[in-house]
Design a protein around this ligand. Sequence first.
Ligand SMILES: Cc1cc2nc3c(=O)[nH]c(=O)nc-3n(C[C@H](O)[C@H](O)[C@H](O)COP(=O)(O)OP(=O)(O)OC[C@H]3O[C@@H](n4cnc5c(N)ncnc54)[C@H](O)[C@@H]3O)c2cc1C
Length: 444
Amino acid sequence: MTPRVVVIGGGICGLATAHRLVRAGVAVTLLEASDQLGGLGTFFSSRGRSVERFYHCVMPTDSALLALLDEVGARESVGWRPTRMGMIVDGVHRPFNSALDLLRFRPLSLVNRIRFGVISVLLRRLGKGKDLDLMRTEDWLRGLYGDEVWSLLLAPMFGAKFGSAFGDVPALYLWERLGRESNKSVRGYPSGGYKSVIDALRAAIEAGGGEVRTNAAVRLLEAGPDRALVTLSDGETIEADHVVSTVPLPALRAIADADLAPRLPDVRLPYQGVVNTLFFLRKPLSGHYWAPVLRSGTEFDGVIEMSALTDTELYGGRHLVYVMHYTDRESALYREDDSAIAARWTDQLLSLHKGLSRDDVDEVHVFKAPFVEPVYPLGYLTARPAVEVPGTRLLLATTAHVYPNVTSWNSSVELADSVADRLLHDIRRPSTQEHTAWSAESAR
Ligand SMILES: Cc1cc2nc3c(=O)[nH]c(=O)nc-3n(C[C@H](O)[C@H](O)[C@H](O)COP(=O)(O)OP(=O)(O)OC[C@H]3O[C@@H](n4cnc5c(N)ncnc54)[C@H](O)[C@@H]3O)c2cc1C
C-alpha cells in the first residue's frame, strides 16, 4: 500500500517537501494552520495585487530554489536586476557600492576605509581552513577589521539581526552568507510575486495527487515507531505512516504529545522574531535596494526599497519600502499595538528622508513574525539536531536545521530535498527491487 505522509507547515519548506514526495509517488497531505500558504513568504492584497508581507528576493546563487522553480515552470518568471546599497549613519544617507563610495565614507577614518575595503574583498579567502563554527563573529571580525569598523558598522549590523547575542554567533554564519551573496549585486524577483511561486507549487502538488489543506492547524502530534497520529484543532485525526514537521521547534514542542515531547531534540535555541513595516509611497527614496540604518534615532535598523528591484507598476505606480527591526517575540515592541508602531515609524521614516512629506505616504502596514532567525550558539555544527527523531516516524525540517546556510527559501528547499530523500529511502527500503528503482530516480 502507498504510504501516507503528513507534512506539517505550508511555508516553502513544507511545500518543497510535499512536492518532492508527490513526484516520487508518495501520498501526501500538507497541513497549514493559517488561511494562506507561503509561511514567512506570505502576502496580502493591495489594489488587487498581492504583495509580500516581508521583503523577499532571490539571489543568483540560490540554485536549489531555482531548480525547484524550473520544475514548476516558474523559473523564467524571475526577473534579475543589478541592485545598489546605501548606508545611513547619523541620519546621513550615503551610497555604499564602489571603492569610490568607500573612500568618501566619512564616518570611518581614511585608514579604516581602506582597511574595510581590503579585508572585505579578502574575507571569504581569509576564512578558509579556519574552524569558524567555534569562533565568535566578534573575535574574528574585530581582529581583522579593527575596533572602529567593528563598533561603528559591524556590531550594529549584526546586533540588528541577532540582538544582544550578536557577537557570540559563530563566524561561520557570516562566512556562508558572504558565499550566498558572492559579492554580486544582482537580485531576482518573480514577476507574479512570491504568490505566483506558491500557487505554482500548490498546483504541482495537487496535480500529482497530493492534498493541500489550509486552515488546518495541528493541535496534537503523536509519533511512535510504527505510525503517527495528527490531530487538528477541529478535532479531526489523521493517521500517517510518516510525518515531516517544518514548524519551528518551540511550536513543535507545543503540539507534541507527552510521549513524543521528551524524544524531541533538547536544543533550546533562542529565536529572533521581526517587526516589519511596509510603506507604499508616492515618491522613491534613494533607489538603494538595501540601506542599514545606524545611530540615526530610528527603532528600525534597515530600509529595503523593494521597488528598486521590482517595478512601481506592480504597486499601482507607488514605491514599496520596508523597514524592520528583528527582536524577541516577548519584547515590548513586538507586543505593541500595530497602529502605534505604524504612526511612530512613519515619523521616523520622514525624519530620515527629508524630501518625503506625509502626503507622500499612501499606505502603511505592520507585520510581525515570532520565529524568523534562530540565534545559533558556538559549535552549532555539532549541536545541530538530527532530522530524524529516534524511535518515531517523525522527521524534522526546520530553520534550526539549515545552519550553516543562511535562513532563506533556498536553504529551506535544500533541506526539503535532503529530508525527502531520506524519507524515500526509508519508505523504499523493504524491497530491493523498489529501492533500486528509487535510487535511479533520485539520482536524476
Ligand atoms: C523580514 C524577512 C525577510 C526575508 N527575506 C528573505 C529573502 O529576501 N530571501 C529569502 O530567500 N528568504 C528570506 N527570508 C527568510 C525566509 O522567509 C525563511 O527562511 C523561509 O520562509 C522559512 O521557510 P519555512 O517553511 O522553513 O518556515 P515558515 O515560512 O515559517 O513556515 C512554517 C509554516 O508552518 C505553519 N505552522 C506553524 N504551526 C503550525 C501548526 N501547528 N499546524 C500547521 N501549520 C503550522 C506556519 O503557519 C507557517 O506557514 C526572510 C524572512 C523574513 C521574516
